[in-house]
Design a protein around this ligand. Structure first.
Ligand code: SF4
Ligand code: SF4
Length: 446
């Protein structure tokens, strides 16, 4: 079998039923509903969640964010990263076992299809050890064909977060977009058909820094050595409870034996708990594997509040407050003002001094109705402001001339700083500008 690390044994994970399998299945349904349905939802006339890279915009829950919101988006990204750190320090790798897209797709689609087409674990092993006969060929062909369909579906869905779903799924997107979707579909196919658990073990960055995020009080999978060992069960008096059925190993999607102690490969999916509960439950005993912490195993307390979780919690609180403050202060439009190119200081026939600027206003309000904006200035005594009627539709961006006239006066310096106030329906922006009173001044940008 081709492998990534040179020592891989193909994992023939046996199907398992039980409390945690059922919990994972229900969690997966909710997550998949969110993943597959969200791109088709619209709020305020725009996708409910979409990153429009060419336009450098992000649509999220009815709001529209642009490059001007970089700080807010950075705060949100940091919040999500620290939320994952916080969650990991408390609950270990539950994300990997229950919510990671790789796990969800493998456990909900890929392995069930494999079992449906190629049969049980034993049959799969037997066929794979045999020759490439017609039976093996058609089963592999059918399985890989369905994997290809799943890979294209997943890739198109992920692409729908970067291009309108209706456009992408009806062939209206750019050829570049379809090339990107095709490349990701090929990667997903490779993952489904071959790479699988190697992604967690060798490539996933989250898995790599797990050990730095967890401690002895974090939740992980533990095998009760005290009750389980020595294995065998043949000697009813001396032996431990583990009957060496190896079912916990057979169901493990990572191909590990949890009885050897905590291993970095374990994704905390709980399949081994279900397996052991089932086997020993039939014999009237409690299972030997459970979610627990190393500290508890050593007879110590497991605290929710400890330096690591408090630090992450504090950071999360600080980031939430900062993001909320930035969000509250945010105007749903953006504007710049700059001196009109080539325009110099002008003296009108009536002696007034005139400067001309170009104002660019972008309406970031996702509501589809037109928005009106007014412009006033502050800091230029007796000034007259001429600006056209400004109305912009959602996501519309236009440039307007702004003409400012100031009455003549001996006391005016060469350059007078002032403020341009742009007032929209839901907020206002203050821009800095400079009024020039003598020809030959350098253009000033604001
Ligand atoms: S050891 Fe158990 S919890 Fe860990 S990956 Fe294997 S089956 Fe899942
Ligand atoms: S499933 Fe339980 S009894 Fe069977 S080998 Fe694993 S730990 Fe032992």
């Amino acid at each position: 079998m081709l492998n990534f690390a040179g020592n891989r044994r193909w994992v023939y994970a046996q199907q398992v039923t039980g409390y945690f399998r059922s919990l994972r299945h229900r969690t997966s349904i909710v997550l998949q509903l969110i993943l597959f349905v969200t791109p088709w939802l619209r709020m305020n006339g725009h996708p409910a969640l979409m990153v429009d890279l060419p336009a450098r915009r992000v649509y999220a829950l009815g709001a529209m964010f642009t490059a001007r919101d970089t700080v807010l988006l950075l705060l949100i990204a940091l919040f999500l990263a620290f939320a994952l750190f916080f969650f990991t320090s408390l609950f270990g790798r539950l994300w990997c076992g229950f919510a990671c897209p790789q796990t969800v797709f493998l456990e909900e689609w890929i392995r069930p299809l494999e079992h449906w087409i190629e049969g049980s674990r034993g049959l799969q092993m037997k066929r794979d050890a045999g020759p490439w006969n017609l039976d093996r060929l058609w089963r592999k062909g059918a399985k890989w064909s369905l994997y290809a369909v799943a890979a294209v579906g997943v890739s198109m869905t992920l692409g729908s977060y970067f291009e309108e779903a209706r456009v992408l799924w009806t062939g209206g997107a750019s050829s570049e977009m379809y090339w990107i979707v095709a490349i990701f579909a090929a990667i997903w196919f490779l993952d489904f058909a071959w790479f699988r658990e190697q992604f967690c073990n060798y490539l996933c960055p989250y898995a790599r820094f797990q050990s730095a995020l967890t401690d002895d009080e974090s939740l992980l999978l533990v095998y009760e050595t005290g009750r389980g060992e020595p294995r065998g069960g043949a000697d009813a008096v001396k032996a431990g409870r583990c009957i060496e059925c190896d079912k916990c190993v057979a169901v493990c999607p990572q191909g590990i034996d949890i009885r050897n102690g905590f291993q970095l490969e374990c994704i905390a999916c709980g399949a081994c708990i279900d397996a052991c509960d089932d086997v020993l439950g039939r014999l009237g005993h409690e299972g030997l594997i459970r979610y627990d912490s190393i500290a508890k195993q050593q007879g110590k307390k497991t605290r929710l509040l400890r330096p690591r979780t408090v630090a992450y919690g504090g950071l999360l609180g600080g980031l939430a407050v900062a993001a909320t403050a930035v969000l509250m202060a945010r105007a749903p439009f953006e504007s710049t003002v700059a001196r009109a190119p080539g325009s110099l200081f002008t003296v009108d026939a009536d002696g007034w001094l005139r400067n001309t600027y170009l104002m660019r206003i972008t309406n970031n309000d996702p509501a589809t109705t037109q928005m009106s904006y007014t412009v006033t200035i502050d800091g230029l005594k007796g000034a007259q402001v001429t600006v056209p009627d400004i109305r912009l539709g959602s996501a519309e961006s236009r440039t307007f001339p702004l003409v400012i006239r100031v009455p003549p006066g001996d006391d005016l310096p060469r350059a007078v700083p002032f403020h341009v106030l742009v007032n929209g329906p839901d907020g206002s922006l203050v821009l800095n500008a400079t009024f020039q009173t003598e020809a030959g001044e350098n253009d000033s940008h604001d």
